[in-house]
Ligand binder design. Sequence first.
Ligand code: PA5
Length: 490
Amino acid sequence: MQDLKFDFNNLFASNVGAAHGVSESEINRFSGAVQEAHRHLRSLLDNPENRVNLGLEWAVLPFQEKKHILEVQKLGEEIAYKYESVLCLGIGGSYLGLKAAQEALCAPYFNEFPDARDGRTRIYFEGNNLDPTPMQVLLKNLNPKKTFVVVISKSGETTETKAVFEVVEGWLRKGAGKNYGRQILAITDPVSGSLRKRVNEEQKKDRLSFRSLSLSKGVGGRFSEFNMGLLHLAIVGVNIEEVLAGAREMSGRCHSADIYKNPAYLYALLHFIAYRKKNKPIAVLMPFTELLKSTADWYCQLLAESLGKKYERRIKVSASGGEEWLNHTVRPINVGRTPVASRGTTDLHSIQQNNAEGENNKVITMIRVERFSQDMRLASSGGVLSGKSFSELLNLAQEATEWALVRAERPNCTIVMPEVSPWTWGSLIYFFEMATAFEGELLNINAFDQPGVEGYKNYMYYKLRKPGISRAVVDDIKNHPLIKDRKFVL
Ligand code: PA5
């Protein structure tokens, strides 16, 4: 009854023409590749060792133990009513899922109005940028005695999070007194990294200081909302069980080998064919609701870091079936669709112009919400808008966008959510994760690493003289300096 619906009609040639749309016979041509991708993905998911070693453990997070959820919920409740503010520090996968959940599942203006948050603590997300401006304002205005800090970093080494945490810790130490560590909780790797080391040291001195939650092995940041995001959900009062139940339902739908029964597979395949055969390298995600704005940002990270890859994957299988993934470094392939986060109806007055008349090089995925928990109706005053509700107008705008795109032969599809609830949101997140994993199989790449983000980090570490940088990295930077011709600097 609450199930998401997926309308793929406008990705087909019958609606947007053969140059831009996919035909059923084209789909049939990929049936061998689809069966192989399905076989391989399922074999990975059914093998706990491969799941952990290769980064696919996210797929079983919806099935985690209830006992753990109850513990997290208890902790979240304690924090929610004891403190005025919570600072969540983290970046990338340690931030975007939480922010997306907050916007989707909590009332808008959560921090501004106590009623909107049922008297719970305010939540602020920081440590997701090195820009000093917002943090300064925040620390000037928050009360350190009434602030709780949740620092999230799987590696425990990320520059942005580390730097901001250092400042926040100093601020807490100064303002909250010697037991300030009791106002800090770290979510990090169970064993490795400097954040875990710090937790262990502080815990030896005081068990109530630097409490921590351990992240599951084999879950990358961008796939970890159902792991590192749980405490945040508990603090803001979202029903975690409902979120996971929605994800479980989607997991069930994503088991089928039949692409016409498996929405994640069909979504991935249609986008894959559009990318490879119809020259559509851009993916626009356009939810028609403010509630899913940050979910679109989360999706951008998921798609960009998972599928934007330089090398094809080479699989080595051991006698016991354990896999190791290597890169075919001889010939770069440089694949990956470019994600764009957009929103209806705001962007109908900006990006839509390009969607409809610019280069026909993108696929637009819209998200339509059937029921809004809070709606408004215009007065019956006789005009064209007379007596209409906002949700009617919003969904009419979505239908109109669909029509305009089809008319201009622009491939698009629509995900229909009956409502934005913990259940449907959990389902949506799992759908995108599975679709991304399946597209990774079709592309034959490693969808669970992100080596491309190391380049900028290495350069920063080199400039900051961080100990332990490899000779190869140092030589690479020295041999390839940035070239600044003054002629081009105006
Ligand atoms: O998806 C990923 O793994 C990354 O985007 C990480 O989440 C991001 O780099 C932050 O890393 P960490 O949690 O180790 O601080």
